[in-house]
Design a protein around this ligand. Structure first.
Ligand SMILES: Cc1cc2nc3c(=O)[nH]c(=O)nc-3n(C[C@H](O)[C@H](O)[C@H](O)COP(=O)(O)OP(=O)(O)OC[C@H]3O[C@@H](n4cnc5c(N)ncnc54)[C@H](O)[C@@H]3O)c2cc1C
Length: 383
């Protein structure tokens, strides 16, 4: 918990300064992908932070990766365009074969291959992953994949997709989450009608899509690990995902707090700065306290994760507290800005829309609370 990664933070901040608020604002208006930003991050090696050095990455831990994403968000940017590469790669790293790792990881580390798409959620199953309907049926030495995914972010900006599909029907397995397998699909080799990707326009600039698989033939070596164990492999990566997204929330919260504080000092109404009024000061101070507390939990979870210790409770609490702190800070920031909180040129409304997502995705607040109630407090399972 003591390492603060100041060098990394300074370097990321200076990279982010070359992408000013106007860059993000214009992309937001066009709902366009931040191609230049992702390229710069890739070339600087940040997206390969978690890839071990033997495959060309920096071999850093989750705390360092969290520092990178926090700084991006604190600078007013958004890591959602590429953050998944950091945590989806973990499934390949932990459960992929030696051949798969040697084939993919160096190319991902060099930035020649993007692994940014993660296909789990489906229209009819929602949060209940055990009910996914996408199937992968054995066919000779490969599989045939059919089904539909929704909210598959960055699928149009990724070369590879980590996909969950059923290889054994739910009725034929002992536990609901068995019989689901993980595949690493090469999107470059797939074309309509076997694979169709359509963008979904959302309230913020997020390159998310719907994906249809119609008898897509994939080779057998796209399977990761053992057939039927895919859900467990994905679960292993969930703590990393929670911690990294929590770090983005902390970055957002700190951006909102700095923005509101500056504005409250400058804006003069009734002959004095609005920040002199406790009605303005206190919500800023409250958001600040909530953010600092959440940041401690993020650091605790990251520290446990990097030591290889169990951190399910801490990673979930970090995501919960950080998402709440960023949303509290966002609301406070709009209120502090009055009417200008709604004006595009202040960036507050954009960040407000962006940070709202974390109450829902990648895991909704309710499901985190249910996890804590059941697995940490020992209360009866509620669903
Ligand atoms: C912009 C965006 C990007 C995304 N990117 C990806 C991606 O890249 N890959 C991917 O696979 N998915 C992605 N998702 C999907 C995201 O993970 C899901 O939206 C999220 O997990 C919630 O699932 P759902 O939308 O189906 O909601 P539902 O499961 O239908 O739930 C709806 C509401 O009911 C609540 N709820 C459901 N069950 C319970 C219960 N038992 N107890 C209490 N409350 C409950 C939920 O908390 C939620 O608030 C993305 C979503 C968005 C919006």
């Amino acid at each position: 918990m003591t390492e603060t990664y100041d060098d990394i933070r300074t370097a990321v901040r200076s990279l982010c300064q070359t992408f000013p608020p106007s860059y993000w604002r214009e992309l937001d208006a066009q709902r366009a992908y931040p191609e230049a930003f992702v390229k710069a991050l890739t070339e600087a090696g940040y997206l390969a932070a978690l890839i071990p050095e033997r495959w060309g990455g920096s071999g850093l831990g989750i705390a360092a990766a969290a520092a990178i994403l926090e700084e991006i968000h604190k600078s007013g940017g958004n890591g959602a365009a590429c953050h998944a590469q950091m945590y989806t790669m973990g499934t390949l790293l932990r459960h992929g074969s030696a051949a798969q790792k040697d084939h993919y990881l160096p190319a991902i580390a060099r930035g020649e291959l993007r692994l940014q798409a993660f296909g789990v959620t489906e229209p009819s199953s929602g949060t209940d992953t055990s009910r996914i309907r996408t199937t992968a049926i054995r066919d000779g030495d490969g599989y045939r994949i059919s089904g539909q995914k929704v909210w598959t972010s960055r699928a149009r900006h990724s070369d590879l997709m980590l996909l969950l599909a059923r290889t054994t029907p739910r009725e034929q397995v002992g536990k609901p989450h068995e019989g689901i397998s993980a595949f690493l699909i090469d999107l470059r080799e797939a074309e309509p009608p076997a694979l169709t990707i359509r963008p979904i326009r959302t309230m913020m600039n997020h390159a998310t899509t719907e994906v249809w698989f119609d008898d897509l033939r994939v080779p057998g070596d796209t399977l990761i690990g053992e057939e039927g164990k895919g859900f467990r492999y994905i679960l292993d990566g969930m703590n990393a995902e929670r911690i990294l997204i929590a770090a983005e929330c902390i970055g957002d919260a700190r951006w909102f707090i700095a923005k509101a504080t500056d504005y409250a000092k400058d804006r003069v109404v009734f002959g004095r700065p609005i920040g002199q009024n406790q009605g303005i000061q206190f919500p800023i101070a409250r958001a600040f306290a909530a953010t600092e507390a959440a940041a401690l939990m993020v650091a605790k979870a990251a520290g446990l994760f990097d030591r290889g210790a169990a951190c399910g409770a801490e990673a979930n609490m970090a995501k919960l507290l950080a998402a709440d702190a960023s949303w509290q800070s966002a609301d406070m920031c709009v209120q502090t800005h009055g009417g200008y909180g709604f004006a595009e040129e202040y960036d507050v409304e954009r960040k407000f829309r962006e940070t709202r997502l974390y109450q829902v995705a990648p895991i909704s607040t309710n499901l985190i609370l249910a996890y804590l109630a059941e697995h940490v407090l020992g209360l009866p399972r509620s669903y």
